[in-house]
Design a protein around this ligand. Structure first.
Ligand code: UP5
Ligand code: MG
Length: 193
């Protein structure tokens, strides 16, 4: 395999905060590769992998898949891309994720964390609306509530951990996607210089 000389930005925020939406805009404007851990897990589930049933259950329950599975998918996607600047969207979500990353990815530089902060009622509204057409098995009110609980209990402490290291760019994610992207640019510009 050999050492990776890669730089990543983690992209965190609650379910429906707009992580994927902003990542698409960042990709269009700057030279990042967007890797959504959730998208990689959904693709793995669809591939007929031996982990498919476990991933399916975890997603429906808003629970977090064991880090080895997610990290293997992330590392493979990073290597396969042949590129070196990444947005890692929706990871690390808990201490298991963070510890796995720190143990395995010692050759990757974490430039910081984009934190999309959005009130829960707004996120719920967005996800219920998207659920009409997304086909996502977790875009229903029961799964959404479970995702919110997991976010508060497991992911917020990770954001706080990075905040203590002054690595968090706090971005209010309530206004329109274009307005949120203006704030995003302010965080990204210094990194891509
Ligand atoms: N929208 C976006 N921005 C808007 C704005 N500014 N104003 C109005 N509407 C806006 O956006 C969500 C919806 O809101 C869209 O319809 C969009 O148009 C609209 P999106 O950009 O998709 O938000 P995002 O934050 O990406 O929401 P997502 O639902 O993807 O977040 P989750 O964190 O819940 O989902 P993810 O795919 O990351 O994870 C799903 C599950 O996978 C997890 O619950 C977990 O079970 C599992 N998982 C793991 O186990 N481990 C991992 O490492 C990652 C995931
Ligand atoms: Mg997403």
């Amino acid at each position: 395999a050999g050492a990776l000389r890669h730089k990543v930005l983690f992209v965190l925020g609650g379910p429906g905060a707009g992580k994927g939406t902003q990542c698409a805009k960042i990709v269009a404007e700057y030279g990042f590769v967007h890797l959504s851990a959730g998208d990689l897990l959904r693709a793995e589930r669809a591939s007929g992998s031996e982990n498919g049933d476990m991933i399916d259950r975890m997603i429906r329950e808003g629970a977090i898949v064991p880090v080895k599975v997610t990290l293997d998918l992330l590392r493979k996607a990073m290597v396969d891309s042949g590129r070196d600047l990444f947005l890692i969207d929706g990871f690390p979500r808990n201490y298991d994720n963070l510890q796995g990353w720190n143990d395995e990815m010692t050759d990757v530089d974490v430039a910081g964390v984009l934190f999309y902060d959005c009130p829960e009622d707004e996120m719920e509204k967005r996800l219920l609306e998207r659920g009409k057409t997304s086909g996502r098995t977790d875009d229903n009110i029961d799964a959404i509530r479970k995702r919110f609980t997991t976010y508060h209990e497991s992911t917020m402490p990770i954001i706080e951990h990075f905040a203590e290291q002054n690595k968090v760019f706090h971005i209010l994610a309530i206004s329109t996607p274009d307005e949120v992207f203006e704030e995003t640019k302010k965080a990204i510009e210094p990194i891509v210089q």
